[in-house]
Design a protein around this ligand. Sequence first.
Ligand code: GLU
Length: 353
Amino acid sequence: MTVRVRFAPSPTGSLHLGNALTAVANRSFADGRGGAAMLRIDDTDPTRTLEGGEEAILADLAWLGVSFDEGPMRQSERGALYAEAAATAVGSGGAERDVDGSVRLARDGTTLLRADGSATYQLASVADDLELGITHVIRGSDHRPNLELQQRIARAIGGELPEVLHHGLVLGPDGKKLSKRHGHSSIAELREEGFPARAVRAYLDELDLPEHDVHLDLARLRRLAIDAIAEMSDDDLAAAAEAPAEAVPVLRGARSLVEARGYARMVLEPEPVQLPTDARPTLLRFVELRALGPDRLSSDDSRAILRELKAVGGDLRSLRLALTGASTGPELSAVLSVLDRDDALARARRAIG
Ligand code: GLU
């Protein structure tokens, strides 16, 4: 038996972290067994279909590096299959057709087909899983309550539901349902917060297929972000920070890509600052030392200048402010190596007026 799984999001916009876990879990399950994974967009419910929602999901999946062997297929384009399934269920006595044309499961009354002929999620999902030859349904445990009903629908339309594996949900750090209020709840939010794609993917890979609900471990996610940035090539890091390759030394210590972009701005277009007169001695000494150096300093040269300044009791915080416009930021020696001589001198002189 060849394993066939599906990831079946509703097009409600950027993937919730728990849904992203489902996507990764399906992909890994198929990969581990030489199987295939398909992408199905569950868009039978117009109230859960957001304009641009499918595009947002496709962008999230691409960003996470999750690809599919088939799809995206859309339930909204498969109405004929569902009508046929409903007719089969009526024919077998497993379902009944109402006077208004809607079809309900016999005995419990669950709607399969609405009066307008459109299928409900319950029918569409089961009919698709059977028709697509899905061998394993892997989804969040919030769908556990659907299991028994879907097994009955499968039998009514003449099949058996695939094996179903429910994984634990990703909850907020406080153990409550992860929501926008927590931040970091969707892939779009994590991307905007500057988490590299590889860090988010690594976090989801680590969670694997949790049996029980898990609390989002932000400390772990942040650690993985630091690791992912350390592993990025210079070109990738520069591109992610929207900075030229020469700025990379200042970007290296950033803990997120948002921080890296902030560091890039500090060297590329700092806020101009005016420093009080007590900063003068340090900055004048810096100007003297820097004027003697080459156009670009090696990191050893940069560290030597900082050592020299410290030895005479120099005020390195003022130097940082003068060069970057900020009181905290990247390692100062990296700033010195990235700024060319003219730039460094101009900034120091401007800060003391
Ligand atoms: N469209 C459902 C969801 O987004 C998928 C349910 C399932 O996997 O069966 O939760």
